[in-house]
Structure formats: structure tokens, C-alpha cells
Ligand binder design. Structure first.
Ligand SMILES: [Fe+2]
Ligand SMILES: [Fe+2]
Length: 298
């Protein structure tokens, strides 16, 4: 029997290995791009021109993200990580572990991973929000440990989007989806794809990344509003641009108010002064132990 040239898994794996899996100099380069993209006071016109803010590494990062985040990939990663079989650790052990994410960042100007979490949480605290909201700020990027588990950048960060249905042009760099094998599958390219109208986002497989992972790890300890903040904080097409409402149900609609409330703290707390970690740490230790047991499954 003749082998067809069309689909060769081996070739795909080889191509993947040859590609630079870490186009971003540091993971935060993606976060910085998003913050610039949504810089306060930007006009719609300026916003639409977001490509001007994307340097070649960020562009390459999105090219990979959109190409490789297939429904198959998402299901594989969920099976691998969402059963939380990587052992028990405390939130603090994981935060310390995330801080070992060594990159080319400048220690004088760039904040560490823990500092970003504390800055986000402190900005929420200063506005007088409830304790679970502050906690969500402190936890929201802990899922980036996926990078330390060996996942490529495109499987850890990036704007998230539903897999298994038509891509919205409200997702950044939508043209890169043409390289995604799912775009060749007609059953995944109708408006609803494999989903039912207003089935609820809990039934939708989002592109895999740090949002889904930290949601899974913490869901049973947090109120639903906080769960939504963690799970969908990178779903900009939906919470900033109102895309994919045809998949959302009433609960999603209500909960996205909270996702929108959370977003500015994530985006705009970075420019603030460095948090005085030593001074505020006792507050966060108490906050974490109010909601979590000593060790949880990761
Ligand atoms: Fe994040
Ligand atoms: Fe963040």
C-alpha cells in the first residue's frame, strides 16, 4: 500500500524540534505586549494597529501558539495535567519554584514572578476588594510553572481561544490560524464546531496554558468568581472584545463581569513601585492559609 505524503506525524515532530521553542526572551515579554496593546487611553484606531507593538519575537511566539494549539493538543495536555498527579506542594513552595524561572530579565528593572503576583494582589487590596479577590491576584500566574515542567512558551502563555470551532477574528493575529491543522477540518470550522449554542464555557476546550492549569489546581478552594478570574484572564477575545458569546451561558455572562474587574490589575500593576515583600508577606501567608490547606495537589 502506498503511503500518502499528505500527513506525516514524523515530519511534524521533526519540524517542531527544529523550531526555536522559546522565541520570547522571557515569558513576561508576552504579558508586556498585552499591557502595551491595551495601554490606558488608547483609541480604538490605535488598538487595531496592535501589530506595531509586537516585536518579531512576540509575532513568532503567536505564530507558534496559533499553529500548534489544536483540539487534539488541548485534550492531550488536559489529560496530562488536569488530573493533578504531579505531587503535593504548598502554594508557597510553588511560588518559590516559579521564581526560579530564570531568564534574561534585568534584575534592576524587571520584577520577579512573585513580585508580579504581589503587585497585582496589592493593587486589588488597595482598592478595598474582598479577600478572595486579593488572593486571586496573588495566584493568577502560578500556572506558569508549566514552563518549568518543560512545556514550550506557546503552551504556557498567550491569549487563549476555544479549540474545536471557528476562530474569531477578535483573537490577535487571526491569520496565523491558517497553519493550524484544525483549520483544515470542516467540522471544527463552523461557528459552533463541536459545541452546542450557549453550552457554557465549562464545556468548551480552551487553548491550553497557565490559566487552565492554575484554575484546576485551585478550583475547589476558591469562590466561583475567583475561579473565573484565574481560568479566563487571558481570554481577551471574550472579556475585552465580546467574542464567543454564542458559546457562553448565563453564568458565564455574569461571571465575566468579575473577569473584567480583575483584568486591569493584571495589566497595569506592573509599572507601580516594587512591593515591599518582607513587610507584606505575613498578610499573604495568613490569606493563603485561610483558603488552602498546607499542601495541595499539582
Ligand atoms: Fe497570566
Ligand atoms: Fe499576570
Amino acid at each position: 500500500m502506498k503511503q500518502t505524503e499528505k500527513h506525516s506525524p514524523l515530519k511534524e515532530v521533526q519540524a517542531l524540534l527544529e523550531e526555536n521553542q522559546a522565541p520570547l526572551k522571557e515569558l513576561d515579554e508576552w504579558d508586556d505586549f498585552v499591557a502595551t496593546r491595551y495601554r490606558q487611553g488608547k483609541s480604538e484606531e490605535e488598538f487595531r494597529n496592535y501589530k506595531a507593538d509586537a516585536n518579531p519575537t512576540v509575532t513568532e511566539f503567536y505564530r507558534q501558539n496559533h499553529k500548534y494549539q489544536t483540539l487534539d493538543f488541548v485534550l492531550k495536555k488536559k489529560a496530562e495535567y488536569c488530573g493533578l498527579k504531579r505531587g503535593k506542594k504548598s502554594i508557597w513552595e510553588m511560588a518559590e519554584y516559579l521564581n526560579t524561572l530564570v531568564d534574561d530579565s534585568d534584575p534592576d528593572t524587571d520584577v520577579t514572578q512573585i513580585e508580579h503576583l504581589l503587585q497585582t494582589a496589592e493593587a486589588i487590596r488597595k482598592d478595598g476588594h474582598p479577600r478572595w479577590f486579593i488572593l486571586a491576584g496573588f495566584l493568577h500566574d502560578l500556572g506558569k510553572v508549566l514552563c518549568l515542567y518543560g512545556e514550550p512558551q506557546w503552551a504556557v502563555v498567550g491569549d487563549t481561544f476555544p479549540a474545536g470551532c471557528a476562530y474569531s477574528d477578535q483573537v490577535v493575529f487571526p491569520e496565523f490560524f491558517t497553519a493550524n491543522p484544525d483549520s483544515e477540518k470542516p467540522e471544527y470550522q463552523t461557528q459552533y464546531g463541536i459545541y452546542e449554542p450557549h453550552c457554557g464555557l465549562d464545556n468548551v476546550h480552551m487553548s491550553f496554558g497557565h490559566d487552565e492549569y492554575i484554575f484546576r489546581v485551585t478550583e475547589k478552594y476558591l469562590p466561583e468568581e475567583a475561579q473565573y478570574m484565574l481560568r479566563y484572564h487571558s481570554f481577551y477575545a471574550a472579556h475585552r472584545h465580546g467574542a464567543y458569546r454564542h458559546l457562553m451561558d448565563e453564568l458565564d455572562e455574569a461571571m465575566f463581569e468579575w473577569v473584567r474587574k480583575f483584568n486591569p490589575y493584571d495589566l497595569y500593576s506592573k509599572g507601580r513601585e516594587r512591593p515591599n515583600t518582607k513587610e507584606i508577606l505575613p498578610y499573604y501567608q495568613e490569606l493563603v492559609s485561610e483558603f488552602f490547606p498546607d499542601k495541595i495537589d499539582w
